[in-house]
Design a protein around this ligand. Sequence first.
Ligand code: NAP
Length: 480
Amino acid sequence: MKTTDLIFDRSYVDGKWTTEGEASFEVFNPATGEKIKTVADGGIAITEKAIDAADSAFKPWRKTTAKYRAELLEKWHNLMLENTAQLAEIMTLECGKPFTESKGEVAYGAAFVKWFAEEGKRAYGDVIPPHTEDRRLVVIKQPIGVVAAITPWNFPLAMITRKVAPALAAGCTVIIRPTYESPLTALAIARLAAIAGFPPGVINVVVGRDSAGMGKFFCESEKVKKISFTGSTRIGHILMAQSASTLKKLSLELGGNAPFIVFEDADIEKAVEGAIVSKFRNAGQTCVCVNRILVHEKVYDEFSQKLSKAVAALKVGDGMLAGVSIGPMINKSAVEKTQSFVADAINKGGEILTGGKPMGECFYEPTVIGNASREMNFTEDEIFGPVAPLYKFNTDAEAIEMANDTIYGLASYFYSESVSRCWKVAEALEYGMVGINEGLVSTEVAPFGGVKFSGQGREGSKYGIEDYLEIKYMCFGNII
Ligand code: NAP
């Protein structure tokens, strides 16, 4: 298949490419500013149609066997892998990440589809020893119903498959609402789902600019039984408040403020490698990106020098060019926000060790800031850009207190060669995920998710399907 065979310009509803009204919006390449495609804006009208289609499709779909659903998911997975280069090109064009990272995301995103194809067959219930002689107690698991998935631009494929694959495997039908900034990857995988043979209405993709209106419509619809959202904590709050009237179930994968602790007994070379991977992937624009690097004062100088040298060597540019490891930021305002964090840090005594400036409209130099202090804005706020602040600490207790001193609780990382310290620190960190001597924790086989203001629910692993299943208890009486 050619890349152009996978580029679509309208919503996919009930098995058809559908427009509604005359409105449209443009999708841009953040690296060049060029328009990639004009896309029909479906808005609330198309959202309503998609909900109706998913609702009608749910009745027959839920009756299918897990084995049948797994076969379709396997075909979808294989089609994604067969079209890796095409999907990666679309992804790099619309969200800027380097082409090699985009190819990695296709593999990562497709892995969730395969995992849940298999996991759906194991959505076992329970037989409970009864409390009286004449009763038999059984628990079964059933699909929740119509699921709306609202997803961001930073992983235009994987954030979709982490939700949609378990939902479909469980027997739910779905409506995907990708951000207006990167709708093309979502539409491309909808095309592959159609080729795989998913019946009309089982997978729908609605595209439009009115995220607030479309989101509210999902929240207030009684046909939508669950919303799975990945994005900022601010929007997570809004969705939860709006869902009160329908008591909707919510999975929320929200923002983070990941600490990365380098203890005095750390392997410094490995810690530098881990910090590069976990800080600078996708130009610092992932929810698990390191936000604060806490370094023991005894190893601060060595770590800061080695990290700055490695960061200065990162190649910035258009993600489609060979050798580029840092692509553009998603838009101009992301660059401005990054610059405001750096300016604030300099005003408060921060020292630029490398980088520290925008590069044109959409790029930002990979940056290390020494002498970071708690007063600086990025201590509390998510940077979401390629800036690594270095803070000093003296004791383990101080490092743990600093690491936990945030409303967020998604990913955390630390480096130490002591087994005892590794256990103690890992248990003390108030985070959903802890990387111990490891900067990259995401995989389809392990539970991804946060605590505190980073959200609720888990994606991936054996736990990920539970978010899409209801528990039903059946009590058989009069067994005499
Ligand atoms: P965002 O502004 O919250 O947007 C996320 C999604 O929500 C987009 O599709 C957006 O659509 C939509 N949206 C915006 N306002 C809405 C509303 N009122 N109702 C319903 N939907 C609405 O987040 P972002 O800036 O794009 O993404 C970055 C954030 O996502 C960061 O905080 C990051 O940490 C978080 N994130 C979390 C995870 C995780 O797994 N925990 C993973 C990736 C990213 P439009 O863009 O079309 O307006």
